[in-house]
Write a protein that binds this ligand. Structure first.
Ligand code: GCU
Length: 589
């Protein structure tokens, strides 16, 4: 390329981004951080909104500040003089001018690193970056990831120096071929929403470790699956569960995998008795430890069984949102949400419509709350495109691998209100099979639309998922209630049916006739009717939603860019009349 083109590449090269479109990180590259002492890079980073992708057009990551004669150049990448933001955070809440910004945010900081052990390996873990993230370390592009709500890991061992410059770009533009696509009923918070940290491991280490109660095994067999990275030949993995008096050694197979069974009869985990056990796995001089629980979730006819007993899913849906911090919640806030649901009488929460922080499942394990976790296969997607399927499947795998050892996670949700087309059916059948093949210990579900021509639940996906779920808003989008009874009478499914969403907007403190929309009175009546009509037909119900939440699609002045279907206000304090109706139904004994 001539000097002219080289110097003006950032202006003249229409294809400037192509060489940075390296393959996306895959779930298979993930490594477990369970019980590991990670080194967080959270805190103050330099930041700039990069509206025209100047960062890569001008190759800021090269950090060329002088010309060949050593004279200063007029550059814009004097990173240390940029403004600062906290990581993790969503830029929308960092500055008024970034509220609706949809584009690339450039985050950067320096950090020092010293090797501790000969042969150690170092990985960078990003807890979540919405939506597409690229990672540069010391001027080199090392990783690219898509999907705004699941973690990814990249090895950085051989790129580390004593003084390091790390740069993460995060782009949250909504695009047709993404998962989710361009239209959804929640706020598009951009940025590094969860922690960025370093994980050090020995040369040979436990890359993945999964443990579960083997279904239909009389609650007496515990399955183990582990993967060893590095030189695994002839190695053993020792698994200890001290409170069960278990210490068992497993030989690592040539493929680095360990599969085995431990005969033991643990106390079972349940919402009432969230019994957890410390599990330690060692291999050579690597050691991981985590708290997990043992339970069985399955279906029998139209019922869901927990530990062999029918359980009615007393649910509620919830977005991951804090008014002050967007998707970045504290453990205290997460605990508050879980305890709010528990006090309302819930035994399960649907963490809508994307994987929430892994901290939510860890805390749900402790407090005793089952979870329906889901990937954002939401409304219309480009279901016919293979790369869209690969993206959705990768997000599903990242969610399952991340939370596999969380007993609270009982349902993997693979879709929400998608059109019943042939392309979508193929897409979802593959996702459903993928979930079952990775994780035979959990149920699959999808929130389906009801067919209002035939007044029936006849979504073809229902033949494949374990739990049929329907979102229906009789009393709100459809003012009468007769349709609900007709649908329930017409739908013979032979498997559990839950109402995965039902609700009505109400403005907190706005009272009136119970037929007046947006009043607390109307919202209360809607729930009374829903519980009355659905009684006996369903295996569970998930009111939409625990808290009011931000959504740009809500333009009604009473909504004011919020979806007001919360049982509690967005401030997480004001309980509406309907909250007591739901609580009364769940706690009626
Ligand atoms: C849909 C959708 C939700 C949405 C809700 C509503 O069912 O799944 O994400 O917020 O309806 O209309 O309030």
């Amino acid at each position: 390329m001539g000097k002219m083109l080289e110097d003006y590449d950032h202006l003249l090269n229409i294809d400037f981004d192509r060489s940075y479109q390296i393959p996306f990180q895959q779930a298979e590259e993930y490594i477990t951080a369970a019980g590991r002492e990670t080194e967080k890079l959270d805190g103050i980073w330099n930041f700039a909104p990069d509206v025209y992708d100047t960062f890569i057009r001008k190759k800021f990551f090269e950090e060329v500040y002088q010309d060949e004669q050593g004279r200063d150049k007029p550059v814009d990448c004097n990173f240390d003089q940029w403004e600062t933001v906290r990581v993790p955070s969503n830029w929308n809440l960092q500055k008024e001018k970034y509220w609706f910004f949809e584009g690339t945010g450039v985050y950067t900081r320096r950090f020092q690193f010293w090797k501790r052990e000969e042969g150690e390996r170092v990985f960078l873990r990003v807890g979540a970056a919405n939506y597409e993230c690229r990672v540069w370390l010391n001027g080199k592009l090392l990783a690219r990831h898509q999907g705004g709500f699941t973690p990814f890991v990249v090895e950085i061992t051989r790129h580390l120096k004593e003084d390091n410059r790390i740069i993460l770009t995060v782009n949250n533009e909504r695009k047709l071929e993404q998962v989710p696509s361009v239209n959804y009923d929640w706020f598009n918070y951009g940025g590094l929403s969860r922690s960025v940290e370093l994980i050090r491991v020995p040369g040979t280490f436990i890359k993945d470790f999964r443990i579960w109660l083997v279904p239909a095994s009389g609650f007496g067999r515990i399955g183990i699956l582990a993967e060893i990275a590095g030189d695994a030949s002839g190695k053993e993995v020792t698994v200890e569960i001290p409170e069960l008096g278990v210490t068992k050694r497993f030989l690592v197979h040539a493929d680095g995998k360990v599969r085995g069974i431990i005969e033991a009869a643990p106390e079972l985990w349940s919402p009432e008795q969230p019994r957890l056990y410390s599990v330690i796995a060692t291999c050579g001089n690597d050691r991981i430890e985590e708290q997990t629980g043992f339970r069985e979730i399955c279906t029998e006819g139209k019922q869901v069984l927990l530990n062999g007993k029918p359980i009615f899913l007393k649910g509620v849906c919830c977005h991951e949102e804090s008014l002050e911090n967007g998707r970045v919640l504290t453990d205290q806030e997460r605990l508050g949400i879980l305890m709010e649901a528990k006090n309302m009488g819930c035994n399960i929460m649907r963490l809508s419509h994307y994987p929430h922080s892994e901290r939510m499942a860890a805390l749900a394990d402790k407090v005793g709350m089952m979870l329906w976790e889901e990937i954002p296969v939401y409304w219309a997607l480009c279901f016919s495109q293979e790369e869209v399927y690969n993206n959705a499947q990768n997000q599903l795998k990242e969610m399952i691998i991340r939370d596999f050892n969380r007993p609270s996670a009982v349902i993997w949700g693979i879709g929400n209100e998608n059109p019943d087309t042939d392309e979508r059916l193929e897409f979802m059948k593959k996702l459903n099979d993928c979930s079952h093949s990775i994780d035979p210990s959990r149920l699959t579900a999808a929130a389906c639309l009801v067919n209002i021509d035939k007044m029936q639940v006849i979504d073809r996906l229902c033949q494949h998922i374990d739990v049929v779920a329907i979102n229906e808003y009789y009393g709100w989008y459809y003012r009468d209630y007769d349709g609900l009874k007709e649908i329930l009478d017409n739908s013979v499914l032979g498997k559990p049916l839950v109402i995965s969403e039902t609700g009505a907007d109400s403005v907190q403190g706005h009272y009136g006739d119970e037929e007046e929309l947006f009043t607390e009175n109307h919202q209360s009546k809607m729930y009374r009717k829903q519980f009355e009509i659905s009684d006996g037909y369903i295996a569970g119900i998930f009111p939409w939603i625990l808290y009011d939440f931000r959504s740009p699609v809500r333009l009604n002045p009473l909504q004011d860019s919020f979806n007001r279907k919360g049982l509690i206000g967005a401030d997480k304090k004001y309980k509406k009349m309907a909250y007591e109706v739901v609580k009364g139904f769940y706690c009626r004994g």
